[in-house]
Design a protein around this ligand. Structure first.
Ligand code: LHQ
Length: 261
């Protein structure tokens, strides 16, 4: 029997997905996309109990993007179809998942693997991790949202340099440029990311999902449209049990106990 390419662990309110093809730096195959899709559906299911998701990679890499071995000989498929079928739904699912997603980037994040990291809400990277927009090296264009995320995260000049030169950058550089949240010593990465996921899993999950929605929409919206959206989302947030609990806890001078509803 072959090893699963995706490991899913739901422990109470914290879920963890591990990309699991370590000998290929967790490069994506069709099988892996299928298993990842199924794992994400389990996490998103209302009865999963999950309120925060951590994504990391097995072995020394986070994810090396598309498995190029599968593309070597042949019979090149329509890459647009590959994106339509696998990568675009994945990025949409991550952005739309109604809970915070933490990426623990344990090693290299290349090509679509870097896109997956950027699609997560909070990215922690091991000090030895690297990021590379590898696409231009093989004649392709940034995908998996990379051409959307990059200019927004690092600005146009750096986005163009990263995309066209396809140079590897360090985790420190990524943090200095605003591409990720934080760099963590290698030995601390998983503990710190797990702690963060556990913390977020105790927070007002509905509110966090609405924050995600607001920020997802903000870059395409005018200020006017965003003000309208904030009004609508705040109306929804104001009707949650967690908002009532948050206010009660504030006046009781005690930590809030959020139920995620
Ligand atoms: C790999 C891969 C890999 C297979 C390392 N595939 N084996 C979307 C839609 C449709 C089509 C195309 O693409 C896309 C999106 C994309 O993601 S395009 C970009 C695809 N990714 C890349 O071009 C990255 C290719 N990999 C690399 O440049 C290097 O491996 C990096 C910089 C990631 C890491 O370098 P090293 O740390 O020096 O490791 P390595 O190169 O020695 O790799 C270790 C092993 O992993 C090695 O296998 P081997 O059997 O020789 O030990 C590599 O062949 C394998 N591997 N990436 N994408």
């Amino acid at each position: 029997m072959t090893d699963p390419t995706i490991l899913l662990d739901i422990d109470g309110a914290g879920a963890r997905i591990t990309l699991n093809r370590p000998d290929k730096l967790n490069a994506f195959t069709g099988e892996m996309h299928g298993e990842l899709r199924a794992a994400l559906a389990k996490v998103a299911a209302p009865d999963s109990g999950a309120r925060a998701l951590l994504i990391t990679g097995a072995g020394r890499g986070f994810c090396a993007g598309q498995d190029l071995g599968q593309r070597r000989e042949m019979n090149i498929p329509d890459l647009g179809e590959t994106l339509e079928k696998y990568y675009n739904p994945l990025i949409r699912t991550l952005r739309g998942l109604e809970m915070p997603i933490i990426a623990a980037v344990n090693g290299v994040a290349a090509g679509a693997g870097m896109g997956v990291a950027m699609a997560c809400d909070i990215v922690l990277a091991a000090r030895s991790a690297t990021f590379i927009q590898a696409f231009a090296k093989i004649g392709l264009v940034p995908d998996s949202g990379s051409s959307w995320f990059l200019p927004r995260l690092v600005g146009d000049a750096r986005a163009r340099g990263l995309a066209m030169l396809a140079e590897k950058i360090s985790a420190e550089q990524a943090a200095a440029w605003g591409l990720i949240w934080k760099v963590v010593d290698d030995a601390q990465l998983i503990d710190e990311a797990t702690g963060l996921a556990r913390h977020l899993a105790t927070q007002p999950t509905r509110g966090l999902a609405l924050i995600k929605r607001a920020l997802n929409a903000s870059t395409g919206n005018s200020l006017d449209a965003q003000l309208d959206l904030e009004r609508d989302l705040q109306r929804t947030a104001g009707r949650t049990e967690d908002y009532r609990e948050g206010v009660r806890a504030f006046f009781d001078k005690r930590p809030a106990k959020f139920a995620g509803r």
